[in-house]
Design a protein. Structure first.
Length: 455
């Protein structure tokens, strides 16, 4: 099968998401349609999307994002317009509400992060659609009257919450009642015995992901096994990035709170909802994830980032005057061109298996996983001497890499040395199937040790 058709489908899905994002921003996020267009342009060319759009695995993220936006739009259509401050908007279309539940379920089945759309819908309902009457009645109404006035929203929120509990329970049941199991190679911080290390590292990873959105200079297909060392002390300089991110997020939250009180614009609120909620499942906040950093999971959160950037551009243009607006417009155009160039360059990385794995060596030479992957390619290509070098590099960077140890054993010419590698791999992981098979085969063929090989 030719990969061309897979790429065409992914590109078409990405275009559909971009158009739908622009429509969403025009209707429910940004007041200026030009800023909605800038948001869509920035989203379309952002280099961090390369993995999601170019790789077949990333199709889940793109499709889930499309369903995310469709769910959001369908939910808003189900809620009526607030005609006065005396009552909250009612549910005018039960059909649209049920369709939003169906689309949200599909988003979750495509990608787990899709379920966060329900949280976005409920908060948008409360803080934007119901904002004016809710603020009006919170100050003077009694609790019983407030519950009666808020009953339309309470019913919608209750339905969404109950439905989310049900589908999450079903999803957990389908998984056998347990979460997926991951190894230390997948997420080293989660296996650290020190609580401080886990907290500091998880917090730093948030700022690292934010930096990938702000300045996608260094991109790699795999960030595991030594790519980002653990943050083990408060004196680590990387904690400065964590503090800066915390300050920015607190400032944005305060801005949202003040805007709600003054009943002002909703741009920052919508941007924050679209940025924060889709990233929660990947944050290690509620459960362990199987990666350190994955660029494809930033596909959905980047919508919020693009909204915030476009809104910030609009606010700056409104206060700097004509020449300042020209400078800002040219700067944004240059940024879009720079992002486009980076995206084109990054797509070259995904043209072939060799190009992808070689790029990992060039970008993150201290990552054991990229050396292991490149060594596998070299081994399959018959370039055994180079493969041995990169397997050795992988073990030098991560001595407990059982698969690298096993594969190195298959390339050595000495049966005794091969046996030593297989046994080391089994010392690291006693359930390593390939090492068990290779050792048994070696003992069976080379030594005739029938009793030990049968074990």
């Amino acid at each position: 099968m030719t990969p061309l058709y897979f790429h065409i489908v992914n590109v078409c899905l990405h275009c559909a998401v971009t158009c739908l994002l622009m429509h969403t921003c025009e209707r429910y996020a940004l007041e200026d349609s030009r800023l909605a267009f800038v948001t869509a342009l920035l989203f379309a060319v952002h280099p961090v999307h390369t993995e999601a759009v170019s790789g077949i695995v990333g199709r889940a993220d793109v499709l889930a994002c499309l369903l995310f936006l469709l769910t959001f739009l369908s939910y808003i259509r189900s809620v009526g317009v607030c005609v006065s401050e005396d009552c909250l908007p009612s549910t005018v279309s039960v059909g649209c509400l049920l369709v939003s539940l169906l689309l949200g379920t599909c988003a979750m089945l495509v990608k787990e992060t899709g379920i966060t759309v329900f949280g976005v819908c409920v908060l948008y309902d409360a803080l934007v659609l119901c904002r004016k009457p809710l603020i009006y009645h919170l100050s003077g109404s009694r609790l019983r009257d407030l519950l009666h006035i808020c009953s339309p929203f309470i019913k919608r929120a209750g339905l969404i919450s109950g439905y989310v509990v049900i589908i999450m329970s079903v999803r957990l049941w389908l998984m056998g009642g347990s979460m997926p199991l991951f190894s230390e190679q997948d997420n080293p911080a989660s296996f650290s015995p020190h609580l401080l290390t886990r907290i500091l590292t998880y917090s730093y990873l948030l700022s690292f992901n934010a930096w990938l959105l702000l300045a996608p200079i260094v991109l790699c297909y795999d960030w595991q096994v030594g790519s980002i060392p653990l943050v083990e002390s408060l004196g680590d300089v990387r904690n400065v990035a964590t503090v800066l991110l915390a300050v920015v997020m607190v400032a944005l939250c305060l801005h949202c709170a003040l805007s709600l009180q003054r009943q002002e614009s909703r741009e920052v609120l919508v941007g924050m909802l679209f940025l924060v909620f889709p990233f929660i499942p990947a944050s290690n906040l509620f459960f362990r994830v199987g990666f350190v950093v994955a660029e494809r999971v930033l596909y959905m959160p980047s919508m919020g980032y693009c909204i915030l950037v476009a809104h910030g551009l609009g606010r700056l243009c409104s206060v700097v005057g004509r020449w300042g607006t020209t400078v800002l417009s040219v700067s944004m155009l240059l940024l879009l061109l720079l992002f486009s160039w980076k995206t084109v360059q990054q797509n070259h990385v995904w043209l072939s298996r060799e190009a992808l794995f070689r790029s990992g060596i060039q970008t993150l030479p201290h990552n054991a996983k990229v050396h292991y992957n490149y060594a596998n390619f070299l081994k399959d290509s018959g370039r055994h001497h180079e493969a041995i070098h990169h397997y050795t590099m992988a073990l030098r960077l991560y001595p407990r890499h059982a698969s690298a140890m096993n594969n190195l054993g298959t390339l050595t010419r000495s049966p005794e040395e091969a046996e030593r590698y297989y046994r080391k791999a089994l010392d690291i992981n006693p359930q390593h199937n390939r090492a068990l098979f290779n050792l048994g085969n070696l003992l069976n063929v080379s030594k005739g040790d029938w009793e030990e090989s049968s074990k």
